[in-house]
Design a protein around this ligand. Structure first.
Ligand SMILES: Nc1ncnc2c1ncn2[C@@H]1O[C@H](COP(=O)(O)OP(=O)(O)OP(=O)(O)O)[C@@H](O)[C@H]1O
Ligand SMILES: [Mg+2]
Length: 317
């Protein structure tokens, strides 16, 4: 065996036994004078993982580096054992990205668009039909993309990411701009894709409790640095997320309906304060209330701000 083959063999073994699908080591990124990443080291295992941080934490910069679109000032990053800068093509073959602000061609029809993407990634018409079924867009194949709702567009982006049988899908804030129901639907789809097709996911969000139910791992970052990493149940203190502020088109009626469903609700004049242990349960119940024509204008978790988590996790308050 030549020295070169030997090396390939060793690297192969390293890849097989490597437990992380994504690893960054001391990543630093400057945009001019702005330090977007400040010695960021994260380790993401197989399964569904969250990259969580407040606005400006460095999530998009990290993901753009993983996608080979932004070159780090210093430090290293590997995706599926491959270097993000020198082996970007290899990564692209096995990994799909859904990036922030990625535009879709508005006037193109759903099927035409996916068929085009399929050709680009060596997939075919049959797979397009399959992924349309998975994301629940089969009835919308002839629609122009511009006529889709925000939730449907996110489904289409997911469908696009599924083509070409990737090992890993990296999504930058896939639930942004969706209502609570749309958010749960997208997250449930991700869980389904992981379970049925074994695809690994890294999902970024600034809403911590959102991923609790589906993620086996979270890497929390702030100001370009890793704050803490681990299994959500082990690193996120219990009881942090149980109050929500809701403003709807009919608060009085909503209060009654939520109370009937076992929630503790207070009318605070202008908004309702609702207690719920599990983030998704409240979302689901709000979804079921659609038939009463009550529109939820705003829902925010009280006491779930990442800063509060940071204080509890790091300072131990
Ligand atoms: N192209 C750029 N030029 C200058 N500064 C940038 C650029 N991209 C990002 N930054 C800065 O780097 C920091 C990290 O930004 P980044 O977009 O990675 O954060 P984020 O966690 O994705 O935030 P958000 O939740 O708002 O999407 C911010 O201070 C941002 O202003
Ligand atoms: Mg971002």
């Amino acid at each position: 065996m030549s020295v070169k083959l030997d090396l390939i063999y060793i690297l192969d073994i390293f890849f097989i036994i490597s437990v992380f699908v994504i690893e960054t080591e001391g990543l630093v990124k400057f945009f001019g004078h702005i330090k977007a990443l400040d010695d960021l080291s994260i380790h993401v295992p197989e399964g569904i993982s969250g990259l969580i941080g407040p606005n400006g934490a460095g999530k998009t910069t990290t993901i753009n580096i993983l996608a080979g679109l932004v070159k780090p000032t210093s430090g290293k990053a590997r995706v599926l054992g491959l270097d993000v800068w020198s082996e970007s093509l290899g990564i692209r073959r096995k990994t799909r990205f859904m990036l922030e602000g990625q535009a879709l061609p508005k006037s193109v029809r759903v099927f035409t668009f996916l068929n085009h993407v399929a050709k680009l990634c060596g997939s075919d018409r049959e797979e397009v039909l399959k992924v349309l079924g998975i994301v629940g867009l089969k009835d919308f194949v002839d629609r122009r993309i511009e006529s889709l709702s925000a939730g449907m567009m996110q489904r289409l982006r997911l469908a696009q990411a599924l083509l070409g049988s990737p090992e890993l899908i990296i999504l930058d804030e896939p639930t942004a701009n969706l209502d609570p129901i749309g958010r749960v639907e997208i997250l449930e789809l991700i869980a389904k894709m992981n379970k049925e097709y074994g695809i690994n996911f890294l999902v970024s969000t600034h809403i911590l409790p959102e991923l609790e139910e589906i993620a086996g791992w979270v890497s929390i970052i702030d100001k370009g640095k890793a704050v803490i990493e681990g299994k959500p149940g082990e690193i996120i203190p219990r009881g942090l997320y149980n109050e929500y502020r809701i403003i709807s088109s009919n608060n009085k009626r909503l209060m009654m309906l939520l109370r009937e469903r076992g929630f503790e609700v207070e009318d605070k004049g202008g908004y309702l304060l609702v207690k719920s242990d599990i983030h998704w349960r409240l979302y689901r119940v709000l979804g079921e209330l659609e038939e009463y024509r009550i529109y939820v204008y705003k829902i925010e978790a009280v006491g779930t701000s990442l800063e509060e988590v940071f204080r509890k996790v790091i300072v131990g308050e």
